[in-house]
Design a protein around this ligand. Sequence first.
Ligand SMILES: [Mn+2]
Length: 444
Amino acid sequence: MKSVFYVEEDFVASLLKQYFVGSGSTVFLRRSDNGNIGEQIALDSTDLFFAQSEDPERLSKVLETVRQKGRHVPTLVLTSQPDRIPEKYKSFAHFVSMPELLESNFRWHVRLAKTMRRVEEVKAHFDGAESVLILLQDDPDPDAIASGLALRQVLGRNKQTAPLGSFGRVTRPENITMVRLLEIEIEKVTKHALKNFDRIAVVDLQPPHMANPPEEIDLVIDHHPEQFNYKSHIKDIRPSYGATSTVLLEYLLCANSVIGTRLATAMLYGIKSDTFALSREVNEWDVEAFSYLYPLANQNLMRRIERPELPPAALDALSLALKNRRVIDKVAFIHLGRIERDDLIPQMADFSLSFEGIEWAFVSGVFESNYIISVRNVGYVRAAGRVLKEAFGEMGSAGGHASMAKAIIPITEFHHRWEIEPRNVRQIDRKVQQRFLKALHSAK
Ligand SMILES: [Mn+2]
């Protein structure tokens, strides 16, 4: 890492010298040698150029040199006079004042200076395009949806000139609620329709993970491990990030974009759901983004997205299922029948574990073409994942942790194996329950 500093004040210079000790090579330039700036930053290996001055004219001259000689060099400017600097320099350099710098994390501003250059490149590439497609996964998730909204705003577009699109549709209940409450439209696109767009951006995934990737792609922003077997005009792949929304928050700040409640709520939910509320695979920027967005988001909406309301029909089905529960050997068996939302099954399993004298909760239901089982236990018994795998591993996917596990069995399996018709649910239930009990007691 090479950093070049143009610093006019001794105090700032000595602070920076102490701060940057041990982080690669540093070159400090004084006012007297500002002629060398071009030479120093023209090298590709410059990772950061830092300029400090209270003189707008001298600072503008320095920035003009950067504009000409250091095309991709991230540039951080410390000054209290940003208003007196021409706008053209603000499209690539990140400005910060002394109070802002002291109050915040210096590394965050260096981070933003780096992202600034990406944003400059992205904006230039998308400028002048009539229509832009922002492509999400085949089953868009909250992080992708929020990132798409944010990118649209970074590009200064609306839903007519930059629609969000997917080859599939949103299917998870919380995600459907998010899209409905935040009034977000996602167009279903076909491969054929791609030619109607001048530019295509892909967010929160990389093209090899799509069933039908477009041939020409202009931009990919993602946080999954980098794939190399595809082409895109611009790539911004950051595998150390917990969410793509975090990357897009940097973009928004660099674009000087106002973040409204709706966007903040979507992005906060995107980060929350991708990182399990910051509990796994996050870096310091996810935490920074989370705390930045938190006060801007609508917490009421957030709660309604996270805990979708149950429609009356679901309540009736739940109460009937509870009434028909069976308890055998400290296992509570509950069958929910055919359901519209697969999240009811794990929720019911959590709830059933609180019944008196129960050590295991076994909740099943039919969702689309699968028979789904969710199991919980009190923790000091056999591992739930292992028992489910033993019982149903060969019929579908089954597994999980010590105290919670899940199995998904295609309904057609019951006919293949046991010759039970899919509509004969009662018979299926009995057989499934027996099989579970057998596996539970087999290796005690
Ligand atoms: Mn994501």
